[in-house]
Design a protein. Structure first.
Length: 434
């Protein structure tokens, strides 16, 4: 029984044309024009057709292994290493680690097929959700997409923590740092490092987390009720844009999906189990390679980050600021502590006046009024109330005894009163009292 011959549509069409040439209905030149080859090539095809029939028109390597086929030993070694060390890795990431750590070079699609055959990878069914694509910003620094992700980054080897990350919308450059939670102080600390190293972006695109936006149902006017983060960005002149859906800031969302796969496994391979060591690993090892791998070329070569002005005190702007009222005893209550103002101040401080308490990122406190910092100390206990309120000034006048002048009206009034109160001697003589 003859072996079944498989021919392509192109080869079948050539077979029909060559049959017409053999029957005399077409010339070799006409057949060459129809096929799109030279008449010399047509003569070669006719010779192969006469010697081997239709088999001569089929490709000679059909059914044979390709010349560039990967060696079976490399395939076996790759799949063995994947089973031993990278069983939960995706094909692309596993192929990168095989070449990096073991020197086994294999295409990720080839490895995908091997992993599917071994049951180590299950192809994902993609959902077709239509979203209108938003074009990237043209310049670096024009928009930073920012978010935080709470995840078990150490796979149970350490406590859960939050990864704060920003991704430039123009070129995908990533800046990231591990923090305990996604609160005001960690976010301020992240942006202080960012501003000191890169400058001020024109805008920040983020979600409606309570750290970034007041979400109370009565907070109808955004200008009246803003978060500490919004206040700081407003003072720095950085526009804050709040997304209304995860898809709107899809590039930062996709980043966390990638990091939950790649970064988790990189931390496992490096044996890291706390976010202090993880931050060093992020900065020195992971992010340089990650940015080199996934950065894209922006539409414009310009970097529109604004430099931080010398008049902009980042320690002051990126502090948590609270307004307090000065009491009659010149104290201000902040959380569980009492702040006692000193007697000498750089500006006039009155009772019931308002001061701003700055809680800085290093844990220190500052008191500010009218743009000047006040002198104070922290008391261990609540001070005793003062009966009479006074005012604190920068040049207090010394208190002492003063004598009125000889011609002072008060002195004349006192003399007149003494004269008017002097008893009549004649009356005393008559009554026997003198």
């Amino acid at each position: 029984m003859k072996e079944l011959l498989t021919m392509s549509v192109k080869e079948v069409n050539r077979y029909n044309l060559l049959q017409q040439v053999e029957d005399g209905h077409l010339t070799q030149t006409e057949a060459a024009d129809i096929i799109g080859v030279t008449d010399r090539q047509v003569r070669r095809l006719i010779k192969a057709y006469r010697e081997h029939g239709s088999d001569g028109l089929a490709h000679g390597l059909r059914g044979q292994p390709g010349n560039r086929q990967l060696n079976q030993e490399i395939k076996d070694k790759a799949i063995r290493l994947v089973k031993e060390r990278f069983s939960d890795f995706g094909p692309t990431f596993a192929a990168e680690k095989l070449e990096e750590l073991h020197g086994v070079r294999i295409g990720h699609e080839t490895l995908r097929g091997l992993m599917v055959a071994e049951g180590l990878w299950k192809p994902k069914k993609r959902k077709v959700n239509y979203h209108l694509r938003r074009e990237r910003r043209a310049c670096v620094g024009e928009m930073e997409q920012f978010d935080g992700c709470l995840h078990d980054w150490f796979e149970g080897r350490g406590e859960k923590c939050t990864l704060l990350a920003s991704r430039d919308d123009a070129n995908n450059h990533v800046v990231a740092r591990f923090e305990e939670y996604e609160g005001t102080e960690p976010v301020m600390s992240f942006w202080k490092r960012y501003l000191e190293s890169k400058g001020k972006p024109q805008s920040v695109y983020l979600d409606r987390h309570g750290t970034y936006k007041v979400n109370h149902k009565n907070a109808l006017d955004d200008d009246e009720m803003i978060t500490q983060f919004q206040r700081a960005m407003e003072e720095l002149g950085i526009e804050v844009i709040h997304a209304r859906s995860p898809q709107a800031k899809g590039r930062i969302e996709n980043l966390f999906g990638t990091l939950q796969d790649r970064l988790v496994k990189e931390l496992r391979l490096a044996g890291i189990s706390n976010f202090t060591e993880a931050n060093v690993f992020l900065k020195e090892v992971f992010l340089p390679k990650f940015n080199q791998r996934f950065e894209v070329t922006p539409a414009s070569a310009k970097d529109v980050h604004w430099p931080v002005s010398t008049k902009e005190d980042l320690d002051q702007i990126l502090s948590v600021q609270h307004e307090r009222v000065v009491g009659n005893d010149f104290t201000a209550r902040f959380k569980t502590r009492w702040l006692q103002l000193d007697k000498i101040q750089p500006t006039l401080v009155l009772p019931r006046s308002k001061v701003v308490v700055e809680e800085r990122l290093d844990g220190s406190l500052r008191l500010r009024q009218k743009g000047r910092y006040l002198n104070f100390k922290i008391l261990d206990e609540q001070p005793k109330p003062s009966p009479v309120p006074i005012a604190l000034t920068s040049n207090p006048k010394p208190r002492g005894t003063t004598k009125p002048k000889p011609d002072h009206p008060w002195r004349n009034l006192t003399i007149n009163r003494r004269k008017s109160n002097k008893p009549d001697i004649s009356i005393l003589q008559k009554t026997g009292h003198f």
